[in-house]
Design a protein around this ligand. Structure first.
Ligand SMILES: [Zn+2]
Length: 68
């Protein structure tokens, strides 16, 4: 497994670290999803955004199978 790091598409530096910021995803005009934004620490261009699955407002769909 080679340790190859990607390069920032804007400043061309290797992306060894990213800034992780909490952003809000807007769907149908209402903000209802917490997301994480990853940005280059050198030039702050956003490299990617994803939904923060840890902080979902309503995810109580647990299959309740851990009872003893
Ligand atoms: Zn950059």
């Amino acid at each position: 497994m080679a340790m190859i790091h990607g390069e920032c598409p804007k400043c061309g530096k290797r992306v060894l670290h990213v800034n992780i910021e909490n952003v809000v995803g807007v769907a149908d005009g209402s903000s209802n999803a917490r997301c994480l934004s990853y940005s280059c620490i050198h030039c702050h261009v956003v490299l990617g955004v994803q939904v923060d699955h840890r902080a979902k407002p309503r995810s109580r769909a647990k299959p309740a199978a851990t009872a003893s």
